[in-house]
Write a protein of this length. Structure first.
Length: 314
């Protein structure tokens, strides 16, 4: 177990270092946002592009992977929603934010570095396939549910599903990760190899993804202090770190996913809550404190949950 902890700890130490650099005022609070944008638009897409361009899929289908992961998401989201509504007595809007905070993993900034370090290239392939639909699906579902909840709680109309899908689709067309994914798959399908000079350049830029992503995340976490709704936030954090990976693991075993793909999706399901849950809360002005607290609590204890699941998976 100690060896597993020492393998996982550097990931969270980099997050802590980024947080300390901003909290100590050594660098400005806007640095994290700038670095995060850089990672999202340059090295991370190149990492996904290179991985998929060079991957050997062995005829594997992504559907079992998606089913395993999103079954875990659905179960955990539902439990988080029901607990908020019927145990803590919160309204429908808070219920949606609680469910989303329980089930929205930070697959990009923590999941990819963790899986790359722990599982290797096969794991990055699995996670790249997952990321292709994770953000759009989660944001569409979260937005549609919040539109419905807001109309019940606040009154008034709500946007149609078609309108929401058009907005998300428009964003996806310009999303660097989606572009990189399809470009990598196209290059792989054409069986084209990159020229040595281009490959060397891509390798060097992709290599900075993990440390810069983790430190930029730590810098932005200064914006999400633990405050208010601590009882509910503690429950949603526990669901995120323990129930969701347990559900994903059970379904992955039931569907007989390969060990590498199983480990990749279980580990990424055990990482802290993603910032997108807070963005939805801000957009609809509901549960901001609870979502922020869940992000901070899961990040604080994430090193323990990730270490446990890595030890459990062997």
């Amino acid at each position: 177990m100690s060896a597993v902890f020492y393998n996982v700890a550097p990931i969270f130490i980099l997050i802590l270092l980024g947080w300390l650099l901003v909290r100590s005022k050594f660098i400005g609070p806007k640095t994290g946002d700038a670095l995060g944008e850089f990672v999202f638009k340059v090295p991370l897409p190149l990492l996904i592009f290179r991985t998929l361009a060079e991957a050997d899929f062995h005829g594997a289908s992504p559907f079992r992977l998606w089913i395993a992961y999103f079954t875990g998401v659905a179960i955990t989201w539902t439990v988080g929603h029901l607990v908020a509504r019927y145990v803590f007595g919160r309204d429908a809007k808070i219920g949606v934010i609680a469910g989303m905070s329980s089930a929205f993993a930070n697959n990009v900034f923590i999941g990819l570095p963790l899986v790359g370090r722990s599982v290797g290239n096969d794991g990055i392939v699995a996670l790249s396939i997952l990321i292709a639909i994770h953000l759009p699906l989660m944001m569409v579902v979260g937005t549609v549910l919040m539109e419905s909840a807001a109309s019940k709680v606040d009154g008034g109309g709500r946007r149609s599903i078609t309108t929401v899908l058009k907005q998300v689709g428009s964003n996806l067309i310009r999303n660097p990760l989606v572009i990189a994914l399809f470009a990598g798959l196209a290059l792989n399908g054409l069986d084209v190899t990159m020229p040595p000079l281009i490959k060397n350049l891509v390798d060097q830029i992709a290599a900075v993804t993990a440390p810069v992503a983790l430190m930029s995340l730590g810098m932005t976490l200064t914006q999400y202090p633990i405050r208010g709704n601590l009882g509910l936030a503690t429950v949603t954090a526990s669901l995120k770190l323990m129930l969701m990976p347990a559900c994903v693991y059970a379904v992955a075993r039931l569907l007989d996913l390969s060990p590498a793909w199983t480990m990749a999706i279980v580990l990424t399901s055990s990482v802290p809550t993603g910032i997108n849950a807070w963005l939805i809360a801000m957009r609809f002005r509901a549960g901001q404190g609870m979502a922020a607290s869940t992000i901070s609590i899961t990040t604080l204890f994430g090193v323990l949950s990730v270490s446990f699941w890595m030890w459990f998976l062997g």
